[in-house]
Design a protein around this ligand. Structure first.
Ligand code: GLC
Length: 537
């Protein structure tokens, strides 16, 4: 590995939605002590080497922690600062790096900064948020909140509107004000001084807006008037992605320079989804170019969006990899707390191949909690839903339900009724049951993390696409000077034979967990939904 490569290259990350991971104190909500209790599972059983913790700071929980009322605290629901320090210490002892969420675009409306800002037009913090007057009583422009409705909320006390790109309880900070930038940089230093290894930066595209507050243009590709996504009726090119975006991110990552080994993972997805925008070069690639790529890299969310079709995967990944400088860290993931679960999206029969793909691609893979046991979306009756957004029509609760640990009450997540219902199938899909079954999905994940951890080619090798003349089969090579590995994935539920085209090797791994050291030459038959790894060294 060259010295210029980011620290996180070669790690395997796991996203913990804390509320639903493990409840140590019987209040129905997961907490920091719960994570400490399960560190052995993460490091020794599952084999991950980094965790991303969703927000645990003081919050009124309107957006379940993405509305922060004090950045330098731990919400009592999750524990206290000592619990966090203990978690950090034990995680590091177990070889696990810890990334925490950094919500820099907005605070809670209960944050002291906003309370002051709102108090009067001449309060020193007035300009920490984005306030505007309007002449006709209507919002200052057409910008929309990602959670629905106008992005402007009228405040009768000062007779102005404030901007909120998400819920109205999440007012946007004014990043044009250097004091705001300094305040967020201090928040970063606070957590870095405690010892965190980095951040996952939330909703960064909104950090900079159009300086003239021009209306967002209408989306010419939006025709569905009945769609729940009124948000898609506009192209959000003025309400986000403003001229100072990369400058803000550069200033944020500059903080990391004083903390060797720290890293910023950026949530930068939505732009690639702008209908009509050239999809060939996603906007997030600019992040690598304009922000120090040794300190920062964006998620790409294509694997969350693409239909399960080998041709789409080959086309996207070949194209994406070809655009990356060898030192740019790709960050692939199949899910997170904002999207439907993998097993529900692509079907249970396909998830073993997806697991192999994720853990054999270059860069830093993120596993969303529960993916390793095939957790599915849990349909929650409308009246019981908690998510304030209406993403996907039904909100995001379905993918945020308690992790299923075992067959006992509440799937072993909590001794009390959990904050969201547990999947009714938990007796089949749970960690304990799957650990006991040698060919279970969980044991596949374990074998794959082990394979990745032991292979230099899988962690650091080049990516070379394979030309396989079959539309349902996608394959690639990972290669270092000393090691050459091929990965071949059958995306379909039919068997297919692939030709080795003169290369010879040994099949060292199958998603069926039953093949080892079989000869690979001439014609090899892939079973339905089978992925194999071949050692060609
Ligand atoms: C990000 C988070 C999401 C949150 C939003 C507002 O997209 O992933 O959960 O609701 O930002 O902070």
């Amino acid at each position: 590995m060259t010295k210029t490569k980011p620290w996180f290259w070669g790690d395997i990350a796991y996203q913990i939605y804390i509320r639903s991971f493990y409840d140590s104190n019987g209040d129905g909500v997961g907490d920091l002590r719960g994570i400490i209790d399960k560190l052995d599972y993460l490091s020794n059983t599952l084999g991950v080497t980094a965790i991303w913790l969703c927000p645990f700071y003081d919050s009124p929980m309107v957006d379940f922690g993405y509305d922060v009322s004090d950045y330098e605290s731990v919400d009592p629901l999750f524990g206290d600062l000592d619990d966090f320090k203990e978690l950090l210490k034990q995680a590091h002892t177990s070889g696990i790096k810890v990334i925490v969420d950094l919500i820099a675009n907005h605070t809670s409306d209960k944050h002291q900064w906003f309370i002051e800002s709102k108090s009067s037009k001449d309060n020193p913090k007035r300009n920490w948020y984005i306030w505007h007057s309007s002449e006709d009583g209507n919002p200052p422009n057409d910008w929309l909140s990602a959670f629905g409705g106008s992005a402007w909320e009228y405040d009768s006390h000062t007779n102005q509107f404030y901007l909120h790109s998400f819920s109205k309880q999440q007012p946007d900070l004014n990043w044009n004000n250097p004091e705001v930038k300094d305040a967020i940089k201090n928040v970063m230093k606070f957590w870095l001084d405690i010892g965190v290894d980095g951040f996952r930066a939330d909703a960064v595209y909104w950090l900079s807006k159009d300086g003239w507050f021009r209306d967002d243009p209408r989306n010419p590709h939006f025709h569905d008037k009945n769609s729940s996504g009124e948000y898609d009726a506009l192209i959000h090119s003025h309400s986000r992605l403003g001229p100072h975006l990369y400058e803000h991110l550069q200033d944020m990552t500059a903080v990391l320079e004083d903390y060797p080994g720290s890293f910023l993972v950026v949530e930068a997805s939505p732009i690639a989804a702008i209908p009509g925008k050239n999809q060939d070069i996603p906007e997030y690639l600019n992040l690598y170019r304009y922000v120090d790529s040794k300190l920062c890299a964006p998620f790409n969310f294509e694997l969350i969006r693409l239909p399960w079709d080998a041709r789409f995967y080959k086309s996207f990944i070949d194209n994406f990899q070809s655009k990356l400088h060898p030192d740019y860290l790709p960050i692939y993931t199949f899910g997170n707390h904002d999207n439907p679960r993998l097993a529900s999206r692509i079907g249970e029969e396909a998830i073993r191949v997806a697991a192999m793909l994720l853990l054999t691609l270059p860069g830093l893979p993120f596993i969303y909690y529960g993916e390793e046991i095939g957790m599915k979306d849990v349909q929650i009756p409308r009246g019981e839903q908690k998510d304030p957004s209406r993403f996907g029509g039904n909100g995001r609760d379905a993918a945020r339900t308690p992790l299923q640990w075992n067959k006992s009450n509440n799937a072993g997540f909590s001794s009390q009724t959990p904050w969201l219902p547990v999947d009714k199938d938990y007796e089949k899909y749970n960690i304990e049951t799957q650990l006991a079954k040698p060919d279970s999905l969980l044991n596949l994940y374990r074998a794959l993390t082990m394979l990745r951890r032991q292979s230099d080619a899988l962690r650091h090798g080049n990516y070379l696409s394979l030309e396989i003349n079959h539309s349902s089969v996608y394959g690639f090579i990972r290669q270092t000077k000393a090691e050459k590995i091929a990965i071949i994935l059958n995306f379909s539920s039919k068997k297919h034979s692939v030709e080795s085209k003169g290369s010879k090797g040994k099949i060292i791994f199958s998603t069926y967990l039953d093949k080892e050291n079989l000869l690979y030459k001439d014609l090899t038959e892939l079973r339905p939904n089978e992925g194999i790894v071949i050692n060609l060294s």
